[in-house]
Design a protein around this ligand. Structure first.
Ligand SMILES: NC(=O)c1ccc[n+]([C@@H]2O[C@H](COP(=O)([O-])OP(=O)(O)OC[C@H]3O[C@@H](n4cnc5c(N)ncnc54)[C@H](OP(=O)(O)O)[C@@H]3O)[C@@H](O)[C@H]2O)c1
Length: 244
């Protein structure tokens, strides 16, 4: 595809798989990370034409620096943006949760995607081509208790995606959200089908998903073949939920 793609939080977990897949598709990939330079380096060592750029994407000045470093390196606009990064996701009862706990999540699900999109959309508009993929979560349909900070923040991504899709569609820019189910990554430690059977038994496909399942879906949505898909919520969770 030979586009310039930015994956936020690409140093590990789902972001790493997404960055590697976009690289396999022939894109130049910016692997953004905040703290884990070593892990980000491993991703670019494995990838094609890739660079790692540190930036806390919840901070406006760091987003601007990230965009200008990327532009200097590649001399062309970033036209694929994957809003994937996440911070800690504490489970908190309604009694214990605070407004600050909600804001902590909204900084990742709304603030960072907004800052990045405002920074990058001019380049996409000039190319009359762009792909913005937000990473949501199946929790927006499950409404998990003791997790309203995260569930609320991920739910707001749905309206944001639809509004942006309407606003940017005329420029050939699509905006979609991919909602993963529970996909074990490094931070979950050792997870087996057996240890996760309480979850798996409700999943129609009776197994856990892999980071590559999410990456393949993102890769497709970033391709030219997906040019007529925008404003959508795509659940990648073995059928655990059926759609909002
Ligand atoms: N895994 C699942 O089961 C699952 C299910 C549903 C939805 N999701 C969603 O999928 C996405 C990825 O989740 P994950 O499980 O792969 O998470 P993860 O393994 O914890 O990875 C998070 C990534 O975000 C980066 N990051 C953290 N703070 C950052 C900041 N301020 N600025 C830039 N990057 C930052 C981390 O980089 P550093 O370590 O370098 O700081 C890391 O690369 C998230 O949006 C999550 O909500 C995941």
């Amino acid at each position: 595809m030979n586009k310039v793609a930015l994956v936020t939080g690409g140093s590990k977990g789902l972001g790493k798989a997404i960055a590697l897949t976009l690289g396999e598709q022939g894109n130049k990939v910016i692997v953004n990370f905040n703290r884990n330079a070593e892990k980000a380096k491993l991703v670019i060592d494995d990838g094609g034409e890739a660079v790692a750029i540190q930036a806390d994407i919840t901070q406006e000045d760091e987003v601007k620096r990230l965009a200008s470093e990327a532009e200097n390196l590649f001399q062309e606009p970033i036209t694929i943006l994957v809003n994937n990064a996440t911070g800690p996701q504490p489970e908190l009862s309604l009694q214990d949760v605070s407004w600050e706990d909600y804001l902590d999540q909204l900084h990742f699900t709304v603030k960072a995607p907004l800052l990045l999109t405002k920074e990058l959309m001019g380049g996409m508009q000039s190319k009359k081509w762009g792909r913005i993929i937000n990473i949501g979560s199946e929790v927006v349909e499950l409404g998990n208790p003791h997790f309203s900070n995260y569930v609320t923040a991920k739910s707001s991504v749905i309206g944001m995606t639809r509004s942006w899709a309407n606003e940017l569609g005329g420029y050939g820019i699509t905006v979609n959200t991919v909602h993963p189910g529970f996909i074990p990554v490094e931070r979950h430690g050792e997870v087996t089908e057996e240890s996760a059977k309480g979850y798996v038994q409700h999943v129609p496909l009776k197994k856990l998903g892999k980071p590559k399942d999410i990456a393949n879906t993102v890769g497709f949505l970033c391709s030219d073949e997906a040019e007529f898909i925008t404003g959508q919520n795509i659940n990648v969770n073995g059928g655990n939920t059926f759609g909002v």
